[in-house]
Design a protein around this ligand. Structure first.
Ligand SMILES: Cc1cc2nc3c(=O)[nH]c(=O)nc-3n(C[C@H](O)[C@H](O)[C@H](O)COP(=O)(O)OP(=O)(O)OC[C@H]3O[C@@H](n4cnc5c(N)ncnc54)[C@H](O)[C@@H]3O)c2cc1C
Ligand code: FES
Length: 214
């Protein structure tokens, strides 16, 4: 679902940056990529997978919401032949990215036809549904900007080593104070909320730290 929030002085920032949204009744805010920069509003694409996202999805018109951002580092926009690649809820930052690039082709992958309905946010996008994967359609020669689940990002990085990838990690503060989002970047433990969430594919060739711990 799309959550539309009054801008109330907030800037949309760069595509790929994120905002911390404080769901009513939850202690910690939840990170969300900006999906749409609408006139006077910010739009967030929500996958209600747990208590925080469900509380956000249950907000009604006129309810108050604490929002902090924009935070982190977004996508570089100086890319030749950009191609947007998204998987599942990872398509969230791509509509604003497409707008800022002045339009760009998009390749989107979804688990099911029902999930693929979100592709309507990127008119003209090429859409694949499992068992087909976006990586089967990825052709060389593009500046790839991608967001999606970790296995998809790793597969994209292998095919497009120059890609920019937007990663996820659990985040408690969003601005560098808690170290809850520490992942291995370029061989060192770094905070994804400060260094990312968008990283160069080459910087994440090593497994993310929390994967190693699992
Ligand atoms: C930079 C960034 C941008 C994001 N943008 C969006 C967005 O635009 N739209 C959207 O719907 N979601 C987005 N997410 C993910 C979203 O923040 C989480 O789904 C949300 O915090 C889950 O909270 P919850 O209380 O609903 O569920 P929880 O109960 O906290 O989590 C449910 C399940 O998901 C796992 N999980 C939760 N958060 C993460 C995470 N960040 N990485 C990996 N696993 C996780 C938990 O371990 C648990 O298994 C983003 C995350 C990050 C870091
Ligand atoms: S979320 Fe707190 S340091 Fe990154």
């Amino acid at each position: 679902m799309l959550l539309r929030v009054s801008r109330a002085g907030l800037e949309p920032g760069e595509p790929g940056q994120f905002f911390m949204l404080s769901p009513p009744g939850r202690v910690l805010p939840r990170p969300m990529s900006l999906c749409l920069a609408l006139p006077g509003e910010l739009g967030f694409l929500l996958d209600p997978i747990g208590p925080g996202t469900r509380a956000l999805a249950a907000l009604e018109t006129g309810d108050e919401l604490d929002v902090l951002g924009p935070l982190g580092n977004g996508f570089r926009l100086d890319v030749e032949r950009p191609l947007l690649v998204g998987g599942g809820i990872g398509i969230a930052p791509l509509p604003y990215l497409a707008e800022r690039l002045g339009g760009a082709p998009a390749l989107l992958g979804f688990r099911s036809a029902e999930h693929a309905e979100a592709a309507a946010l990127l008119p003209g996008a090429e859409v694949v549904v499992e068992p087909e994967y976006v990586t089967e359609r990825l052709e060389p020669g593009h500046g790839v900007l991608a967001c999606g689940p970790e296995p998809m990002l790793r597969a994209v990085a292998a095919l497009a080593p120059g890609a920019q990838l937007a990663w996820e990690a659990p985040m408690a503060c969003g601005y560098g104070a808690c170290y809850g989002c520490a992942v291995e970047i370029g061989g060192t433990l770094r905070r994804l909320c400060v260094e990312g969430p968008v990283l160069a594919a080459a910087d994440v060739a090593a497994p993310l730290a929390r994967e190693e711990a699992a």
